[in-house]
Design a protein around this ligand. Structure first.
Ligand code: GDD
Length: 412
């Protein structure tokens, strides 16, 4: 049997995602109309002999309860949320729930970061892992040399695929091959995590003998039960014939900022063409709105037939889109109203917001510049943009009323 664990982190981790993480935990923010965590979960469906999926995090349990029960029903597979009482780090969180995870006596455990967007080639990773015969196999990808330092950089043996060297977010360039945050392990991973805790405890005790040193190291020593997968496990075990790599040539992105979420929504919409084409909207402009490229429209949304939507648009539940509206490259969240002839381009429009007639909400992102903080316009929850007002390259915090046009501003 196989189980999958998805690390969903907690509220303190979502700060870069503001103002969109104020009242929705980041893992539930919709990409291509589905909660972020839904994409790795549905990828897990393709794993042979999968017994359970666990989400581990320190968000409030009630925030995940509804989603977890509906997805369990949909997949006919138990999906459980396990809440940590405090952050234990990416490996410590796994270890904390080891007894529950081992209940089904799995031979393999998939471990996925929730904030990555990729095709999750899990069955082929499993095959490769069994062939390599190590304790763990990590999904890796080549990125540009300039961007590599935001990730774990690594060196792998080109023939055996063994992980030879690993450094987390190094200051000087090591390699353009990076860690995708998707792993498969044998249950031996729990022993490796336990060793880190035990060693740390041993060192702490030693240091207690010399109070000067203890004082010095108190700030450096992490709690015994806080274990990071990258620094504490991957780095020391590289080159010991325990860890292997599986390289993907498919798409991969990390979802740290709202701008990147727009990019990832686009990637998942494009993937729907192959995996879930029934989720993509189609329309001819007569009975239905005119649809261009990949678009998701929630069944409860009402879109006027004279609107033109796409490419890369996702429209959530209960959204109302008026006559003559034009939407390009945007995420429209639940209960938004977009009145006649409004235009939205490269933007995220928060829950319950209202865009007036002939208003424009847009960003002129230099092509592909999703990383730049103001590459997109973001309206927080319940923002009102009055008729004919233009909002360009701005971030607007929740509950603001805009009655004059703004550009390149953060409206607090
Ligand atoms: N449950 C739980 N508890 N989850 C946690 C905790 C914790 O205490 N700490 C982190 N996580 C989750 C995050 O939500 C995320 O899904 C994953 O673990 C990794 O988060 P970080 O440890 O903050 O690392 P990162 O996202 O900056 O970088 C990691 O992922 C990159 C790929 O996206 C590293 O492994 C990089 O090397 C890698 O390139």
């Amino acid at each position: 049997k196989v189980v999958a664990v998805i690390m969903v982190g907690g509220p303190t981790k979502g700060t870069r995602f503001r103002p969109l993480s104020f009242n929705t935990p980041k893992p539930l923010f919709p990409l291509a109309g589905q909660p972020m965590v839904h994409h790795p979960i549905s990828a897990c469906k393709r794993i042979p002999n999968l017994a359970q999926i666990y989400l581990i995090g320190f968000h409030e349990e009630r925030e995940f309860a509804l989603y977890v029960s509906s997805i369990s029903n949909e997949l006919k597979l138990p999906v459980r949320y396990l809440k940590e009482d405090k952050p234990h780090g990416s490996a410590g969180g796994l270890y904390y729930f080891r007894d529950i995870i081992m209940e089904d006596s799995p031979s393999h455990i998939f471990l996925l970061n929730c904030d990555v967007c990729c095709s999750f080639p899990l069955p082929s990773m499993l095959d490769a892992h069994i062939k390599y015969g190590g304790m763990g196999t990590m999904l890796v990808i080549k990125v540009s040399a300039e961007s590599a330092n935001q990730f774990g950089e690594l060196v792998a043996d080109p023939d055996t695929h063994e992980l030879l060297h690993y450094t987390e977010k190094p200051e000087t360039f090591v390699s353009d091959l990076i860690n995708c945050g998707v792993y498969i392990f044998t249950p031996d991973i729990f022993n490796a995590i336990e060793d880190v805790s035990t060693n740390r405890e041993g060192r702490a005790n030693l240091r207690r003998l010399s109070s000067f040193e203890a004082l010095q190291s108190a700030t450096r020593i992490l709690p015994k039960d806080f274990v990071r997968l990258d620094q504490d496990i991957l780095s020391p075990l590289a080159g010991k014939k325990k860890l292997y790599t599986y390289e993907t040539n498919d798409f991969w992105e990390q979802i740290k900022t709202p701008g990147l979420s727009l990019k990832c929504s686009e990637l998942y919409l494009a993937q729907f063409r192959y995996t879930s084409s029934h989720l993509l909207a189609s329309g001819d402009g007569e009975k239905n709105a005119k649809i261009v490229g990949d678009v998701y429209i929630h069944p409860s949304a009402k879109v006027h037939p004279s609107a033109k939507i796409g490419p890369n648009v996702s429209i959530s539940a209960n959204v109302r889109v008026g006559a003559g509206v034009r939407l390009i490259g945007c995420i429209i969240l639940d209960d938004v109203e977009i009145k006649e002839n409004a235009v939205v381009i490269n933007s995220i429009v928060g829950w319950k917001s209202s865009l007036g007639r002939w208003s424009r909400v847009q960003a002129c992102s230099a092509d592909g510049d999703y990383n730049a903080k103001l590459g997109i316009t973001i309206l927080g929850e319940a923002v009102t943009v009055e008729d004919e007002v233009v909002v360009i390259n701005s971030i607007v915090l929740p509950h603001k009323i805009l009655n004059v046009s703004v550009q390149d501003e953060i409206i607090l």
